[in-house]
Design a protein around this ligand. Structure first.
Ligand code: C5P
Length: 232
């Protein structure tokens, strides 16, 4: 199974992201484009980065009625991205519709990953705001299983949950894991962090690394360190 390091390109302009990517002369890292960059620059930035030879995880977390998600996924699929995502909270029907929309006429499609509960949602706010009384771990695993039933390829989760997700949904079900920090690096606003090496040991399939690479004095060296620790 393909394992890789994905750089979270959380920049707010085309100029900044392309300047950053220009530093990588020998390798073309897998990059994540999130809402900030996509809303600032639109689909053209996806096409530009793809044209430069990078794989792209388009992190737009769709959540709407099944018909709208299906049609929107068809548009994203035509952008030739490699991975995209949605909220599992949109239900199994919405996730099935997303797969239909994403599948190209030749049968190929980008990988589709589900967000279970956002890591910013804790058990208390889930109970109070969403009226969900079950323990958060149970909710996360239930949403992961729903994603699998709908035919999705995996979930976004903490590296610390990767083993449990594989236990519940199988080894082939992908775990895409942010919250990664190099040994001795700044933790920032992440609560539970893991090194690339530990993420590998727990069984993470893709690590998503942002500031430890984008804010490093030498981003290429930081990326190479993540790759060698994660891929071994
Ligand atoms: O800079 P840092 O390494 O913390 O970036 C992590 C990336 O992963 C950011 O783009 C963040 O939005 C995303 N993410 C996360 N935690 C989640 C889901 C996504 O950190 N649960």
């Amino acid at each position: 199974m393909a394992k890789d390091v994905i750089i979270a390109c959380d920049f707010d302009s085309k100029e900044k992201v392309l300047n950053f990517l220009d530093k990588f002369t020998n390798v073309k890292p897998f990059v994540k484009i999130g809402m900030e960059l996509y809303y600032a620059e639109g689909p053209e930035i996806v096409k530009e980065i793809k044209k430069r030879g990078h794989k792209i995880f388009l992190d737009l977390k769709l959540h709407d009625i099944p018909n709208t998600v299906k049609k929107s996924m068809a548009v994203l699929s035509r952008l030739d991205v490699d991975m995209c995502n949605l909220h599992a909270g949109g239900t199994i029907n919405m996730m099935k519709a997303a797969i239909e929309g994403l599948t190209r006429p030749d049968g190929t499609r980008p990988l589709l990953i589900a967000v279970t509960q956002l890591t910013s949602t804790d058990e208390e706010s889930m109970k109070k705001d969403l009226l969900i009384d079950k323990p958060i771990d149970e909710v996360v695993m239930h949403y992961a299983k729903n994603a699998k039933i709908a035919g999705l390829d995996g979930v976004v989760c903490s590296p610390l949950e990767a083993g449990k997700v594989h236990g519940a949904c199988g080894d082939e079900f992908l775990t895409v894991t942010p919250g990664v920090r190099l040994e001795g690096g700044e933790v920032g606003d992440q609560k539970r962090v893991t090194t690339p090496k530990l993420a590998r040991e727990i069984g993470s399939d893709y690590i998503v690394v942002g500031r430890p690479i984008t804010a490093a004095d030498d981003p290429v060296q930081a990326y190479n360190r993540c790759v060698s620790e994660f891929l071994g």
